[in-house]
Design a protein around this ligand. Sequence first.
Ligand code: 5AD
Ligand code: SF4
Length: 447
Amino acid sequence: MKATTPPKTYRVKSFGCQMNVYDGERMAEMLGARGIVPAPEGEDADLVVLNTCHIREKAAEKVYSDIGRISKAGAAAGKQPLIAVAGCVAQAESEEIMARAPAVSMVVGPQAYHRLPDMLDRAVLGERATDTDMPAIAKFAALPPRRRTAPASFLTVQEGCDKFCTYCVVPYTRGAEISRPYSDLVTEARKLVEAGAKEITLLGQNVSAWSGENEHGHTVGLAGLIRDLAKVDGLARIRYTTSHPADMDDALIAAHGEIDALMPFLHLPVQAGSDRVLKAMNRSHTADSYLRLLERFRAARPDLALSGDFIVGFPGETEAEFEETLALVDAVGYAQAFSFKYSPRPGTPAAAMDGQVPKEVMDDRLQRLQAALNRDQLAFNQRSVGRRCEVLVERKGKHPGQWLGKTPWLQSAWFEGAAAIGDLVQVDLVEAGPNSLSARLREPVTA
Ligand code: 5AD
Ligand code: SF4
């Protein structure tokens, strides 16, 4: 590659999960610390970071089409931007990217991105570099401190996964489970609040497996961390995601009934409703044990909104087994959920299993599942009408004077009136749609 002038502007494009959003923000902060500024909206950047997702085939393929588009635009403008590929595709396919995409000069895995600035120095000299070292808890220590942030921010507390669900690439791309130290998390949460966060979502591939030592030297789990973060002045709301049913302990269940700042929302993927399929997925829970677990959470927090992830068409899934998933959905009544067609990922055990399900069958099952989930989401929203609650204002709505935010149950709610981004306002929920609710601002109560 040719040497080039150091970039003045950057753009970070994050795909996939919320942890990628968090990583993308941290990469942006590192570039910012180097004096590189975000490219203005609509303008080409000198440096593009594609922070990629490898969880499903479609997500992974996107990176190659994006690289093609960026270098074509660069050729047309007479100036090629530097391109870095980060995230889980970088981890899983570093050699392929280097071979297939000569326009890429940096490939950096999710545990190594603290070294991006050094790689950039080499890229400017015309070198191509790959760094996919893992695991690197050191990454966090090497990042600059948090600065500006959104009212609803993310904080990675745990990374990696030891569960090895047979369909999933995460244990390979993100590596073994690690917990960030307690004191680092309390410090980062404080910094986020100082920088404007009112809500923090604690992130981890298996977040409920987090554990650490508190300032008294006691080992605490996620519930203990949440309890202490709830004491951070100015932090009104705490959420966490994603959990595995096997790591939900009594303390976490109790926390939902005891800690006001812990929002009444639980994302607990189940993936399927058939015990045979769950076993083949190596999920270590049954449909029944999952339902019993939810009962315990609901007993602690009766208004808890539930969310899940589903995969249809796992190898060998029969029509009757798929119907068990529909039955489970009926039994739970999810407030929202994510559902996917099974996508074979290279190197995972399920990719080599017999009984791969034809595409048309998967399409049909996904459609039926989503119809059920959409029905339940609308019903949940309709049941919320008449509720009086707090909304955290996250952005302006489409029309002047309109604001958009989230209810405690993570529903999008919009309203009109005097407010600002970052406000926690009291509203009445007045009308429900499938994806959002309209709300009426309550007059502030004055003494
Ligand atoms: N195919 C389809 N969906 C998948 N997920 C993970 N791996 C695959 C795969 N190979 C889904 C699971 C997981 C969510 C993040 O993505 O439902 O919970
Ligand atoms: Fe993947 Fe399973 Fe780990 Fe979730 S729990 S990240 S689905 S291996």
